[in-house]
Design a protein around this ligand. Structure first.
Ligand SMILES: [Zn+2]
Length: 110
């Protein structure tokens, strides 16, 4: 049996064509695809999103990123490595920026 699954990531429409032999496989596949429905950023509501893959220090990272706020919708990998599952939106926080309220050197005294 075959199916077409339509979803939206940002402004881009995707159609996944799938095939299943039993109803359990169908549920498994469609449930995984459902997680790929990401029409807009949950943090800033922008629809300017893109699919992002990174390989860093031997690990693979899968996410949908927001062009507007750099927020990221992260996907985790199933333990048996057979697929991904949606995790959560995370706000972009620059790592190298200095603390906002860094106290200056002590003044001459009041
Ligand atoms: Zn955003």
């Amino acid at each position: 049996m075959e199916y077409n699954f339509k979803t939206k990531i940002g402004q881009t429409d995707f159609v996944f064509k799938g095939e299943f032999t039993d109803i359990k496989a169908f549920f498994k596949q469609v449930s995984a695809l459902r997680g790929l429905s990401v029409p807009k950023c949950r943090i800033c509501d922008s629809t300017s999103l893109w699919v992002n893959f990174r390989h860093v220090d031997g690990f693979d990272y899968y996410s949908v990123r927001c062009n507007a706020c750099q927020g990221e919708f992260k996907f985790g990998q199933l333990k048996d490595n057979s697929g991904l599952f949606p995790k959560s939106w995370e706000k972009y926080e620059p790592k190298d920026s200095p603390p906002a309220d860094e106290p200056g050197p002590p003044g001459p005294g009041f």
